[in-house]
Design a protein around this ligand. Sequence first.
Ligand SMILES: Nc1ncnc2c1ncn2[C@@H]1O[C@H](COP(=O)(O)OP(=O)(O)O)[C@@H](O)[C@H]1O
Ligand SMILES: [Mg+2]
Length: 405
Amino acid sequence: MRLRDNALLLTVALAAIVLLAGLSGQVAAGIAAALAVFVAALAPRAGPARQEAKAPTLAAAAPDNLPSGSELAAAIADPLILADRHGVVIFANAAASLAFGRVHPGELVALRFRSPEMQELIEAALSGMAVRPVDYGERVPIERSFKVSVTRIGEDGRFALHFRDQSETRRIDRMRADFIANASHELRTPLASISGFIETLRGPARNDAEARERFLQIMHTQTGRMARLIDDLLSLSRLEMKPLAGAGTTVDLVALAREVTDSLGQMIRENEMALELDLPAEPVFVLANADEIVQVVENLVENACKYGQSGKRLDIALSNDEEEASLSVRDHGPGIPAEHIPRVTERFYRVDVETSRAQKGTGLGLAIVKHILTRHKGRLTIRSAPGEGATFTLHLPLAKDPTTR
Ligand SMILES: Nc1ncnc2c1ncn2[C@@H]1O[C@H](COP(=O)(O)OP(=O)(O)O)[C@@H](O)[C@H]1O
Ligand SMILES: [Mg+2]
């Protein structure tokens, strides 16, 4: 009987927590379903005659199959701690121990969570006052933040603390804010320059034909820069709208590499780079969106021309093993210092902003490359040592059966 009472209390508490915390999608659905079964199994106590008449087999079979209240609490993916009316821990689920280290029954919750907000929350819980969820942060071993809500269980002062991990949401919020700040800054710089020249043309340079020509040229360059930035931003946003590339078509990387080097031939020649193509005689098939892979290879070849021009050589090689194709673009320029390599695929990250600007860069090229490859279940590897050039290699899974289209 007592076990059942406890189980019922836990169930009600868990239901309240699920409702209060608005757990995300599948977890909430799973827990809700478990609760529904659980409450149904406990229902016969309220009206045994009616229940038995309707579903005798379920009622008979239920007690063996259904989880206990603590089993349910253990199954919740969020940290959950139950305490008695003195604030002493009665139960902590595995997620709580994983998040905060072992939480032992018998210890005081107030000693475990010492932030002022948590102290207030626990005090309110002990005095039976209703309180809003509070934010709670942990710094060790990594920075995490939680939204903590408290729910009273039954009439004897027990309560449950439910922690919802907000770290990922916070990280995404921060990234979004950074991204908007960066994009605005990148657009504002050319805009400020254009508006400055308009002022000069209206005022001091009004009758100076030579200056007018020069300023219009600069304004033209700046509008080009804004247009490139907007194109890249739109590319990124289009890619983000559909994170998976879909089925794709069978694409021959040998032909694709030739196509890109042909179309960028002029640029390669203008940079006085000698192109060395090392392509297999047989086609190498991958399942892909051909336009997107062209965009990837173009980006890498353009970067090699822009930043590795001094090396005078450009090597493009394609190889494959049983699983994947690897296409590498190698230059012999100054290369990338080791500490920058992991970051060059971040949006707006540039080793040297001035060089990138002078080369008409936006800082988004490699972010787009990485995005496209991830959509294709592929990846990008970067090898470089200062003074020895850089090798960017894209890896894509081979199409299993090249005859299917
Ligand atoms: N082949 C390369 N050699 C040296 N540095 C490179 C090379 N490719 C990329 N980088 C560095 O990575 C940065 C980011 O590249 P990318 O995302 O294409 O932006 P962008 O070219 O528009 O600046 C570049 O600004 C440059 O500093
Ligand atoms: Mg680039």
